[in-house]
Ligand binder design. Structure first.
Ligand code: NAD
Ligand code: UD1
Length: 330
């Protein structure tokens, strides 16, 4: 198939390009590089031997998107193009609503007018709000408490309504848990234009000595070691989950978690990183971060049943590959 990857120069998008090409698909990337660079696409080419066709466009720009759809025949679209910093979204809500919601509308509209029947959307476990883990796809959504999360809820709603009115359209809403790691080659990985706030990039900064210590937010959660639990998934597993979704379109809308189903605490992640890479991660236990949950992990049965997908890579591999990319990208 010929797949449009919107946001394909980004962290998850570039790894998905690799997985798609390795599965025999061809790839066209649309990205405005607001949080990425063409280096990621050069990495994709080095790994796979194939250069994705690249459109440097903003996918909220309807005429640019229309021109790209007129130039190409797409069999499916994977939509990664969005802003993702939760904290920033609180201070700049309109930036998030405009980019993340409008991009979904414009891409879905182009699919309908050009007869493209497969649409895969990057949603997030954040839409579950404070539901109790393990999180299942049929749970009612709860408030996410921030504009970023609400753009995911809204995009899901828009795509559900669109699919209802367009019976030939198959929409896969993929709810990611915590993507980390990098391609094992170290040629592509996670890099962001803004100061990272997520755990793995902060662990790396502490290991490099670029921050004095990693602050661990909360030591009194009701978990085995008192630190919060998340479901970290290797970005290449996540990428392969997208290939499974695009290869198994279901009629109407499918909603699927992409996680490992296994919870890891902050302290467990730090210790795995130290062991995997032979480096020290200085840390300090401190106050909880407002809005954080004690536990967030997936029920993964549906991904297995519907797409035959389950994550394969371990926490040690996630830590090793994240550090390898950091070392190679210096
Ligand atoms: P990323 O910032 O690395 O990638 C997003 C890409 O989209 C970037 O290359 C950026 O330049 C591009 N982009 C943004 N707006 C655009 C626009 N209007 N037009 C064209 N290109 C645009 O982020 P990521 O981590 O790869 O995340 C990809 C998607 O997955 C996002 O929608 C994000 O919200 C979602 N998601 C990410 C995580 C995570 O932890 N990384 C978790 C859940 C969901
Ligand atoms: C964050 C986002 C969420 C998004 C998810 C995956 C917030 C509030 N939520 O959630 O919307 O879907 O990433 O990208 O940002 N931690 C520390 N010290 C740090 C950084 C993090 O102790 O310096 C802890 C956090 O308190 C949390 C865990 O590490 O318990 C993971 O944090 P993070 O990587 O930010 O992911 P989430 O909180 O799951």
């Amino acid at each position: 198939m010929n797949i449009l990857v919107a946001g394909g120069a980004g962290f998850i998008g570039s790894h998905t390009c690799v997985a798609l090409i390795e599965a025999g698909h061809s790839v066209v990337v649309a990205d405005n590089l607001c949080n990425s660079s063409v280096k990621a696409l050069e990495g994709v080419e080095q790994i796979t031997g194939m250069k994705p066709t690249f459109y440097q466009i903003d996918v909220t720009d309807e005429s640019a998107v229309e021109a790209m759809f007129s130039d190409n025949r797409f069999d499916g679209v994977i939509h990664f193009a969005g802003h993702k910093a939760v904290g920033e979204s609180v201070f700049e809500p309109l930036k998030y609503y405009q980019n993340n919601v409008l991009s979904t509308v414009v891409l879905a509209k182009a699919c309908l007018s050009h007869g493209v029947n497969r649409f895969v959307f990057s949603s997030s476990a954040t839409v579950y709000g404070a539901n109790r883990s393990p999180l299942t796809e049929d749970m009612p959504l709860l408030p996410t408490e921030n504009p970023y999360g609400e753009t995911k809820v809204m995009s899901e709603r828009i795509l559900i309504d669109t699919a209802k009115a367009a019976p030939t359209l198959s929409v896969a809403l993929l709810r990611y848990f915590n993507p980390v790691g990098a391609h094992e080659s170290g040629l592509i990985g996670e890099s962001s234009r803004i100061e990272p706030t997520n755990l793995m990039p902060r662990v790396i900064l502490a290991a490099l000595g670029k921050i004095q210590k990693l602050m661990i937010f909360g030591e009194d959660y009701p978990t085995s070691d008192g630190t919060a639990i998340r479901d970290y998934i290797h970005v290449m597993d996540l990428a392969e989950g997208h290939v499974a979704a695009i290869n198994h379109p279901t009629p109407g809308v499918s909603i699927t978690n992409l996680g490992t189903g296994k919870g890891t605490s902050v302290l467990e992640l730090i210790h795995a990183f130290e062991k995997a890479n032979g480096v020290a991660v200085p840390y300090e236990l401190t106050e909880r971060r407002p809005g954080d949950l004690a536990e967030c992990y997936a029920d993964t049965q549906k991904a297995k049943k519907e797409f035959g997908f389950s994550a394969k890579r371990s926490i040690m591999e996630m830590c090793k590959d994240a550090w390898n990319f950091e070392q190679k990208s210096k």
